[in-house]
Design a protein around this ligand. Structure first.
Ligand code: URA
Length: 236
């Protein structure tokens, strides 16, 4: 087993295409590549074709807990007087109304479940989009978020940033609710999806555990992990 990092982005070895997921952090502005070894290890397990539905769910949930830890790193804190069993003190708490996890249906569901273990009081919004099979454009069929969005930070969640069309449409839509901030988090991004989202929403920070090689002609990420929704729900 080699401990050497993979060759530069998108290169191919004789035996396989190397997923460049453990490259050093990307220098793209507004993109954070979460290169923590636990994240990279679990992502590799998740990608494996033979992984069972049950194990896929568990790993996706564990990965989401690790990702949300990074994504919430800069949430603002306020100080409040509390009493411990021994003494009063001023102690930090997260400022503002509860964070909103915006689930891009349906694969986002598996990540939201994991994130809620770390943020159990978070609110959950839902956006339903389907992909027009010809244009690959995103068409909305459902949208619901909590009230008082101007005091809330939104984390838009989808495991795969493929064409980027769903992500762009989800951010477009949640912007109409004028939240305090918006971030986007995925597990695997394609270069095309990253450019699309960064171009449409340059101020929205993007978090991903991997930037893969390319999209195929059906809009799937290669090497990717297949259809995240099908693997999560066991529908294929
Ligand atoms: N959606 C998925 O689930 N997988 C991809 O590779 C692309 C979009």
């Amino acid at each position: 087993m080699s401990t050497r990092p993979p060759p530069p982005f998108g290169t191919t070895t004789q035996r396989s295409t190397v997923a460049p997921s453990s490259r050093p952090p990307a220098t793209l502005s507004n993109v954070t590549l979460i290169s923590h070894p636990l994240v990279q290890h679990k992502l590799t397990l998740l990608r494996q074709r033979e992984r069972s539905t049950s194990s896929f769910r568990t790993l996706l949930s564990e990965l989401s807990m690790l990702l949300v830890y990074e994504v919430t790193r800069d949430l603002p804190l306020v100080y409040q007087e509390i009493e411990t069993p021994l003494a009063p003190m001023r102690a930090p708490l997260i400022d503002g109304k509860k964070v909103v996890l915006l689930n891009i249906l349906r694969a986002g569901t598996g990540m939201v479940e994991g994130m809620l273990r770390i943020l159990p009081s978070a609110r959950v919004g839902q956006i339903g989009l389907y992909r027009d099979p010809k244009t690959l454009g995103a068409i909305e069929y459902y949208f619901k978020v909590p009230g008082e969005m101007s005091d809330r930070d939104v984390i838009v969640v989808d495991p795969m940033l493929a064409t980027g069309n769903s992500a762009v449409a989800a951010v477009d839509r949640v912007k109409t609710a004028a939240p305090r901030s918006i971030k986007f988090v995925c597990l695997v991004a394609s270069p095309e999806g990253l450019s699309n989202l960064r171009e449409a929403h340059p101020t929205v920070p993007i978090y991903t555990a991997a930037i893969d090689e390319r999209l195929d002609e059906h809009g799937y990420i290669v090497p990717g992990l297949g259809d995240a929704g099908d693997r999560l729900f066991g529908t294929k």
